[in-house]
Design a protein around this ligand. Structure first.
Ligand code: WT7
Length: 706
């Protein structure tokens, strides 16, 4: 081994270099604090470790229980924790029926279709009650579904999606929504894994100005599930425009049914909500990508619903009279927790938008916000960067006022945070940066908005009743304020935690607990830290800065660089709108960094911009991180939930096959980036080099987003 390799090998994985600058605090305005659901710092004592697990009674008491529980937390079979044992409740009842007495004519959902000339649809709680009951009757009597059965939904952002979810919940049927942007093949794999007998889909939907044929994916999904040995008995097909069939593929006699036609037999039917044990699964949410067996995160009824209701109330500051818009897709966990279940449990109005953020122009979100009177706005850094890139001055032209804004999904660069705060939030809105993941059901890190000041780029302290720890590779605690990063874990169970990986309990234990549990026979939750899979650093004030997935690290000559801080450095260059760092295998230094950047509109790619990017990295991080190449590209390959697919550009940079790109929102950009990069690399005399199987695996899975 060379010296450098030895150094690299001796460095532990969690020792990610940390070069972030500490940012100044920003405090919420008095107007916000005055109306907030939680403004007394004493709430942190109520949720302190001394009061665990009973503190979570406060969340559970936000719900109506058919039968109150006798045991708050049962730890007898670690790490399969049971919350609110003995309790019974129905999620659909809690999200709908119990609001009817006081809010029957209040909007539960307001749906904005993508074509602007289409009518905005308002669904009151009364109407939601009617439609969910009818759908529940259809699922029970036409499809023969019983409590505990699974149903796969492959639905886009139309009101029929939450209606189906709530209809399943009413019956105790477990829903498994697969993000509509996923391919038929991906959907088929998830159908098979969950053992669903019914698939609910739609003929078509609008996205970015195009009407997409969606039913075609259902045929593919059913075929793939069949190959895996699982047969779908019924495919229920909604029609984007009832009465008109807008797909090119035929309906299959005896298998495919138009919901609007079958529904005629179920008009005005009512279905009593089935009281479900708190521990009954409410839904599955599949996490991993197109390779390997899919991983279905199983979420519970009582614990999950309590947790999303409580966190929606305190961290998103949702009051029933708010108009709340979470600009995410219900096909991922954010939408389940914070478009559907949390907001509806609190009886508020939740806005749904069908389409692409900047369609037909980047003023669209602000027109929706102004017209509907949105006062809480929730989105992801990728959307914020896109709107900043395409329409930096648009928010100022619209008369809306947000009291709170949320960012979620990846670390937000301080530059982008400041634009969000000053321009989108008009300097008035308080921001919560909520850190969590599919597995956790709800927020794990966030400032409590009226109690803790904001700090750009940091999510803040842990959420109420959550006690994290950062461990290094050897399981030693990394102290706050040490400036060192490590693997962030949660020491305790919380009600929103996933119950297991559907059908693979050993994988659940292996993935999340094997790393730091030293005594698998222990029945004490303190011996079972939950591995989140993110690198993090904790400042002396207790605020966490999330560096991204542990796998998103580039090791240059033994120096472990977090991709996010490289990208944040590059975003200080005024021309740059988006940046993504990837590793390139290098004979000498192990890995070197290549940087992909997209510029703000109207800015020209030039040698000068490339040099500025390199200089920004050198000054913010150091020479060691200086990128080998800077590729200025028209757009980044992204998943439909907006995350940059680093593995795709990493494959291009290493001259290897880009793998499956069917789940991309914009697969077309891949070929043009490939051509550009290959051509320039050839001109620079860089030749392909054969990668070892291990290197190939690292590159092909880099960034772990699928
Ligand atoms: C990963 C989980 C959270 C629901 C949507 C994504 C990253 C999420 C933040 C944040 C920094 C964040 C983490 C996490 N992440 N929120 N506020 N700051 N990073 O769910 O697809 O399961 O992804 O998203 O790396 O592990 P997911």
């Amino acid at each position: 081994m060379t010296n450098i390799e030895e150094r690299a090998a001796s460095l532990s994985e969690a020792q990610i270099a940390v070069h972030w600058r500490e940012e100044e605090y920003i405090s919420p305005g008095a107007r916000f604090v005055g109306q907030a659901n939680a403004s007394d710092p004493a709430v942190y004592d109520r949720f302190g470790e001394a009061n665990f697990p009973e503190c979570f009674r406060e969340y559970a008491d936000l719900l109506d229980w058919d039968q109150y529980w006798h045991t708050t937390l049962d730890t007898s079979n670690p790490p399969f924790w049971k919350w609110f044992v003995g309790g019974k409740l129905n999620a659909s009842y809690n999200c709908i029926d119990r609001h009817l007495a006081t809010k029957s004519n209040k909007a539960a959902f307001i749906w904005a279709p993508e074509p602007e000339e289409d009518k905005t649809e308002v669904i009151t709680y009364q109407e939601l009650y009617r439609r969910v009951n009818e759908m529940a009757a259809l699922l029970r009597d036409f499809c023969g579904l019983k409590p505990g059965d699974r149903v796969t939904l492959h639905m886009p952002m139309v009101p029929e999606l939450p209606i189906c979810m709530l209809a399943c919940a009413r019956l105790g049927v477990v829903h498994s929504e697969v993000f509509a942007g996923f391919s038929g093949t991906a959907c088929g794999g998830r159908i098979a894994d969950s053992g669903s007998r019914a698939l609910i889909t739609i003929d078509s939907y609008y996205r970015d100005g195009k009407l997409l044929d969606h039913k075609v994916k259902a045929d593919e999904a059913v075929a793939v599930a069949h190959d895996h040995g699982v047969d779908i008995e019924k495919v229920l097909v909604w029609r984007r425009r009832p009465g008109e069939y807008l797909s090119a593929v035929p309906m299959q006699e005896g298998r495919d049914f138009f919901v609007d036609e079958v529904m005629k037999d179920y008009r005005r039917q009512e279905v009593a909500p089935v009281p479900m044990p708190a521990e009954a699964p409410l839904f599955l949410m599949y996490t991993s990508g197109t390779t390997g067996r899919p991983k279905g995160a199983q979420h519970s009824t009582g614990g999950y619903l309590s947790y999303v209701a409580g966190t929606s109330k305190y961290f998103l500051d949702i009051h029933p009279e708010d108009t709340y818009w979470c600009f995410a897709d219900i096909g991922w966990i954010t939408g389940h927790s914070y478009i559907v279940y949390g907001p509806l449990a609190l009886g508020t109005t939740s806005v749904l938008y069908e389409g692409a953020p900047a369609y037909p122009d980047p003023g669209r979100p602000w027109r929706i916000a102004e017209r509907l009177g949105v006062d809480i706005f929730h989105t992801a850094p990728t959307t914020i960067r896109m709107l900043r890139k395409l329409g930096p001055d648009e928010p100022a032209k619209h008369d809306y006022h947000f009291k709170l804004m949320c960012t979620v999904g990846e670390p937000i660069e301080p530059e982008v945070w400041r634009w969000y705060h000053e321009v989108v939030g008009k300097g008035e809105a308080v921001i919560v940066d909520t850190w969590w993941m599919t597995e956790t059901g709800g927020f794990m890190g966030s400032t409590l908005p009226a109690v803790k000041p904001m700090k750009p780029g940091s999510c803040g302290p842990a959420t109420l009743g959550v006690y994290p720890v950062i461990y290094d590779e050897d399981g030693k605690t990394v102290e706050p304020g040490s400036g060192r990063a490590g693997n962030i874990c949660i020491r305790n169970p919380w009600p929103g935690i996933m119950q297991t990986v559907w059908g693979q309990p050993e994988r659940f234990v292996q993935t999340y607990y094997a790393r730091y549990c030293h005594d698998t026979s222990s029945k004490d939750w303190r011996d079972w830290p939950f591995l989140c899979g993110d690198g993090a650093v904790q400042a002396a004030d207790g605020y966490y800065r999330i560096l991204g997935r542990i796998d998103d690290v580039i090791n240059v000559a033994g120096h472990r660089l977090g991709t996010k801080e490289l990208e944040s450095a590059v975003l200080t260059v005024p021309e740059v709108a988006e940046a993504a760092a990837v590793p390139v295998v290098d004979e000498v230094r192990g890995r070197v960094v290549e940087m992909y950047v997209a510029l703000h509109p109207g800015r020209q790619a030039s040698k000068e911009v490339e040099d500025k990017v390199k200089l920004a990295i050198e000054t913010e991080i150091g020479k060691v991180a200086r990128p080998k190449n800077v590729w200025i590209v028209p757009d980044m390959p992204k998943t439909r939930s907006g995350k940059i697919m680093r593995r795709v550009i990493a494959s291009i940079s290493n001259f290897t096959d880009v793998g499956d790109i069917t789940t991309l929102a914009n697969p077309d950009v891949v070929e043009s980036i490939r051509r550009q990069v290959y051509q320039q690399k050839t001109e620079r005399g860089e030749a392909p080099r054969e990668l070892t199987p291990k290197e190939l695996e690292e590159i092909r899975s880099f960034g772990h987003t699928d």
